[in-house]
Ligand binder design. Structure first.
Ligand code: BEZ
Ligand code: FE
Length: 303
């Protein structure tokens, strides 16, 4: 019989879990237990502290609904979502547009819209354009690529946070033309504070962090045979561009709204011009989404 103490407990758990038939599950769980145990030993975790953490995680779960995903918010604010994105990008065989956070406000089934449509039902700020190409890693245009876009309004609110969260606004799905071009109308979003009325907000306040994300527009771009790009374009000049609460900004995703330009497909509008490059898909590539439509996560958990 093994003497269980604060050191031998780790091997005892690893031995018992070594029967796990799925090799990847075995690897992930063994590493998780090793790191969790090391963490508890490093900080000399007390029962009160662990119970407080369990209360916190319970509150995170209780805050989740089909319109709100507090666990994704936790992963985002701990930098874990961005880390998983960076690992995903590193695994690609070809270089493509860098990933950024999917965030908790993505929705499946946003309306399919013809190129050029405005994604805002009642714009209360000047309309701008966004255009560019979806290409492969050699710069060749990809026809019929799916470009899903979603963003907050001019005050920093997503449709999911408004009075009727069923009402879809500020989002749409476009298809590139035969040359891989896309273009759409929208408004410039405002940066916003992440949802702070839950346990993750309590954590952010306890750490004296500001809680803001810089202004950005989300994109999910995909085409058959290519890795899906889950990313966002950030607006330069935002005061929080270098201190995003969820670590989503990287230099290649920072863009500017430029003056109207006769060579643009929306020549009368100030526009953001950005080309998305998709890397070829490999047999190992499943999804690059760190997160999902909250309603889909709830549905899966219930089954
Ligand atoms: C977002 O960009 O939608 C977002 C990402 C992480 C946390 C909160 C919001
Ligand atoms: Fe966002």
């Amino acid at each position: 019989m093994r003497a269980i103490n604060e050191i031998t407990i780790t091997d005892a758990v690893l031995d018992q879990m070594s029967t796990t038939p799925d090799p990847r599950l075995r690897e992930i769980m063994a590493s998780l237990v090793r790191h969790l145990h090391d963490f508890a030993r490093e900080v000399d975790l007390t029962p009160e502290e662990w119970l407080k953490a369990i209360g916190f995680l319970t509150a995170v779960g209780q805050k989740c609904t089909e319109f709100r995903q507090e666990f994704i918010l936790l992963s985002d604010t701990l930098g874990l979502s961005s880390l998983v994105n960076a690992l995903h990008d590193k695994r690609a065989l070809e270089s493509g547009t860098k990933s950024s956070l999917l965030g908790p406000f993505y929705r499946q089934d946003s309306p399919a819209l013809p190129l050029g449509t405005c994604i805002v039902k009642n714009p209360k700020a000047p309309v701008i354009g966004i255009y560019g190409r979806v290409t492969n890693s050699d710069g060749e245009g990809i026809p019929n690529a799916l470009v899903q876009v979603w963003q907050p309004d001019e005050e920093g609110w997503y449709d999911l946070q408004k009075n009727d969260p069923q009402d879809m606004d500020l989002r749409g799905s476009f298809r590139t033309d035969a040359k891989g071009n896309y273009y759409l109308r929208t408004i410039a979003p405002l940066g916003y504070m992440i949802p702070m009325d839950g346990p993750v907000g309590d954590m952010i306040r306890a750490q004296k962090r500001h809680g803001y994300r810089p202004a950005h527009i989300h994109f999910l771009v995909g085409a058959d045979g290519y890795r899906e790009a889950v990313t966002a374009l950030y607006l330069s000049g935002d005061e929080h561009i270098d201190s995003d609460t969820v670590f989503g900004v990287t230099d290649s995703l920072v863009t500017e709204i430029r003056k109207p330009d006769s060579s643009s497909p929306l020549p009368d509008l100030p526009c953001i011009h950005f080309d998305f490059a998709l890397a070829a898909k490999t047999a190992q590539d499943l999804s690059g989404r760190v997160g999902a439509d909250p309603s889909q996560i709830i549905k899966k958990a219930a089954n």
